[in-house]
Design a protein around this ligand. Structure first.
Ligand code: FES
Length: 105
């Protein structure tokens, strides 16, 4: 069991249980997390799954994958150094306790 906390722009947070092997996006959808729409279903073609990885977790979540930065550039909310597409973050045991922040838009 891996716990992931999603924090809304207003500070409201929700901690959910994720399944190893799922993406953080799938975890958000499974738990009806506001702000993650995932219109392309994880094909990295929409940027509606944008999040800001908490500073403490940027190393654990790793580098952006090829093409991810271009898509983040199209995201409605500003791209920051911690921006990731949640569909490209795979849940592993090492991510137990992960915290991600959701953008305003
Ligand atoms: Fe579309 Fe992540 S779900 S880019």
């Amino acid at each position: 069991m891996v716990a992931i906390t999603f924090i809304q722009p207003d500070g409201a947070s929700q901690t959910v249980t994720a399944t190893v092997g799922d993406s953080v996006m799938q975890t958000a959808l499974n738990n009806n997390i506001d702000g993650i729409f995932a219109e392309c279903g994880g094909a990295m073609m929409c940027a509606t799954c944008h999040c800001y990885v908490d500073d403490a977790w940027t190393d654990a979540t790793g580098e952006r994958v090829d093409g991810e930065e271009d898509m983040l550039d199209c995201a409605e909310a500003e791209m920051r150094p911690t921006s990731r597409l949640t569909c490209q973050i795979k849940v592993t045991d090492a991510l137990d306790g992960l915290v991600v922040h959701l953008p305003e838009a």
